[in-house]
Design a protein around this ligand. Structure first.
Ligand SMILES: Cc1ncc(COP(=O)(O)O)c(C=O)c1O
Length: 424
């Protein structure tokens, strides 16, 4: 745990200390022990006020559905509108400008995860990114893959399909609360296992794994790690150099606040040497604009997986959101999105429990995420969801429970609206 985690963890684990000190009027405590938490709350408050200016959704909704489909940032909305105007009025005359947005998007994605730009491919969605790796590995009959039960289907089906090639697909069953027990998972790794495919954050349980710890253990056993990162990327810290992840994949429409259908795939440089290019086409080769060149002369970079035309409009949106999120990090601190999300979910969990919800959430802060599942007083989750929607409070139902997923710009008022709607 670094210094940040430690301070952060302490203030969260001591979640009621500020409240109780305020109730007791204990000025000594407030001046001393709680000066740091209060400074943090003031910083988060300033960050939320600033970020809400750039999230038009706030005018109408208390939006708690970023684990499903996020609303667009102002920056992304403007970039998309601008693209639509250009597409109508200029078309191919400005295509090179659109193509430069793609380069910018790869650079921003690389910066986000401390990768090299050459290790980033722009992809149409998470599902296809997973497939590029599943289909790119030269499997032999008897090779093994280890995937996780209760995963989002895309990160299971792509692997299960490999049984058709004679690959042995094992499925790890998480604990009843969604927790992935590293020891039990590793016990399922055999000499035949080539890859483990797992979500960074469980889409329903909200359980967050430590990718660095898992990658280190797997590498010691000669096994690769594919991280489905869609439920963490944009908010939590992933450093592929430090963490040693082999492949990471995420569409931009959740925590990166981009549109649907524009995502990123990270492929560790050394794996480009042996991984089979998949979905190849005119844009996979070095001379991609020489349409008479039909040699299998792959681009040096992961962009060889970008075989055909891109969603220019999608990546214009995604790169604008990524750039804005980075500007907020520059202004408020490298971990500001994570701090704010964890603070909001903690606040929401406390409020939900006080209101009578049965909440499932990992106890340790490093395992928590922006996803919280809960049941509400034996009520049908779909009915509760519709009731909230009428009040312009947006949440989801997943695996028989309600799910909230606040982002960094959500504030205490949003959480108040959620509780009020639930109680009706
Ligand atoms: C963990 C996880 N993986 C993959 C997906 C699917 O992503 P995509 O639609 O980009 O393929 C989702 C969508 O909710 C998800 O939660």
């Amino acid at each position: 745990m670094d210094r940040f985690d430690k301070n952060f963890g302490e203030s969260h684990n001591d979640e009621s200390s500020l409240e109780s000190a305020v109730k007791l009027g204990n000025s000594e405590v407030l001046r001393g022990n709680l000066a740091a938490p209060m400074e943090k709350l003031a910083r988060l408050d300033a960050f939320r006020q600033a970020s809400r200016q750039e999230m038009p959704i706030c005018e109408k909704y208390a939006y708690f559905d970023h684990a499903a489909v996020a609303p667009l940032t102002q920056a992304a909305g403007e970039a998309i509108q601008n693209w639509v105007g250009e597409a109508m009025q200029d078309g191919d005359a400005v295509w090179m400008q659109w193509a430069s947005q793609l380069t910018r998007c790869r650079e921003l994605a690389a910066q986000l995860i401390t990768a090299s730009t050459d290790e980033i491919a722009l992809i149409p969605n998470t599902t296809l990114g997973i497939h590029y790796i599943a289909a790119g590995i030269p499997w032999k009959p008897g090779d093994g893959v280890l995937a996780v039960a209760n995963e989002f289907p895309s990160n299971l089906l792509a692997w299960k399909q490999l049984t058709q090639l004679g690959v042995d697909v094992s499925i790890y069953q998480p604990e009843s609360d969604g927790r992935i027990d590293l020891e039990r998972l590793l016990a399922m790794v055999t000499p035949a296992t080539k890859l483990v495919a797992v979500s960074w954050v469980g889409f329903s349980s909200g359980f967050r794994i430590n990718p660095g710890e898992l990658a280190a253990e797997l590498h010691r056993r000669g096994v690769l790690l594919l991280l489905d990162s869609i439920q963490g990327l944009g908010v939590f810290d992933l450093n592929v150099q430090r963490d040693g992840v082999d492949f990471a994949v995420a569409d931009g429409h959740k925590w990166m606040l981009g549109p649907e259908g524009a995502g990123i795939l990270y492929i560790r440089r050394e794996h480009l040497e042996w991984l089979r290019p998949v979905g190849v086409g005119w844009n996979s080769v070095r001379n991609s604009f020489t349409f008479s060149a039909t040699e299998l002369d792959w681009r040096e970079s992961a962009a060889r997986y970008e075989g055909g035309s891109h969603s220019m409009v999608g990546f214009a949106g995604l790169s604008s959101s990524l750039a804005w999120m980075q500007r907020m990090r520059d202004a408020f601190g490298e971990r500001i999105w994570e701090e704010s999300v964890l603070d909001s979910t903690q606040w929401a969990v406390t409020a939900l429990r006080e209101a009578g919800a049965t909440v499932q959430r990992p106890g340790r802060i490093e395992q928590q995420s922006g996803i919280v599942s809960f049941s509400w007083r034996d009520e049908d989750p779909q009915i509760v969801r519709q009731r909230c929607l009428k009040d312009r409070v947006v949440l989801s139902c997943r695996l028989g429970r309600l799910r909230i997923s606040p982002h960094g710009y959500n504030n205490r008022d949003d959480i108040g609206r959620l509780i009020e709607s639930l109680r009706k």
